[in-house]
Write a protein that binds this ligand. Sequence first.
Ligand SMILES: Nc1ncnc2c1ncn2[C@@H]1O[C@H](COP(=O)(O)OP(=O)(O)OP(=O)(O)O)[C@@H](O)[C@H]1O
Length: 332
Amino acid sequence: MRGVIRLEALTRSYGGKPAVDRVDLEVAAGELITLVGPSGSGKSTILRLIAGLDRPDSGRILVDDVDVATVPPPRRAVAMVFQDYALFPHLTVLGNLTFGLRVRKVRRAEAEQRARVAAQRLGIDDLLDRYPDQMSGGQRQRVALARALLRDPSVYLLDEPLASLDGPLRFATRTDLLALHRELRTTTIHVTHDQHEAMTLGDRVVVLADGQIRQVGPPQQVYDEPADTFVAGFLGSPPMNLVPGGGVLGGDATLTIGVRPEDLALDDAGPVTATVEAVESLGSEANLSTRCPDGTRLIVRTGPRPGVAGGDEVRLRADRLHRFDATTGRRR
Ligand SMILES: Nc1ncnc2c1ncn2[C@@H]1O[C@H](COP(=O)(O)OP(=O)(O)OP(=O)(O)O)[C@@H](O)[C@H]1O
């Protein structure tokens, strides 16, 4: 089926250290999947292996049920978009968009017609005569996306395509990406280390650490039921409070107890006593940094204007706890 990707025990090492370590993953036709993980966790390497820009040491990559090992990069049914656009500086937007079509012997008039349609879709049809250095980062990224669109691939591979955009533009482009995917339903693998993108963009999210998959699932599920303490600490900002042994949150030495900042509340009848060390006000909400008598630090998310200040003693209630094995870190 068009757009199905299967990775089987995919492995790639550099200098004896695995960058991608026995990764198994199946991406369904039409799915938008997000790879997240800290810097160096192997996200880009996975994309480069699928695109054929690098070769695995072992394992298989199947695109549309075909083992792509012997298929050279230009003939793979994938289009990759990088963070740094990789546009030709000496060509106009129209030139950049039609270049690949012309190489594939599409006639000029048809190539230009198709380029105009793609440009319209991404809202850059008034920029066709500009050169890359006459555009903003956001506009260049749209050109890169339009160019990927023109390849009509089975699979899009997006490597942090929004990373160089900021603020409202990043939000707008993210929304556009989602709309585009809803319309085209082309299988997309999207790499990011941005929390918001991980939570909002994908049908499923894949959390990577040290080249290995830690968890795969719908974003909300991964957030609500992290498979281990790494995933628990990685998704969420501020991250989940993790207390080895449970301490003030109860539990025992075989457990690490986790509680998300938003699951802690100020409550005069709450069982946990703590001292406020700092209040970080974010306008729509506030984060309190608190410390318990046994030294445990707990971050608490409250609404705006929590009515407490540094030095105040408060009582806390935990509404939802997560239990992890103290030794393995796995969810229990
Ligand atoms: N060409 C290469 N030569 C040597 N080591 C490499 C090469 N490419 C990647 N690595 C190493 O492989 C590991 C994974 O790198 P990769 O770029 O896939 O991580 P990433 O998760 O995409 O990181 P980032 O978020 O920083 O882009 C890192 O330790 C990196 O240093």
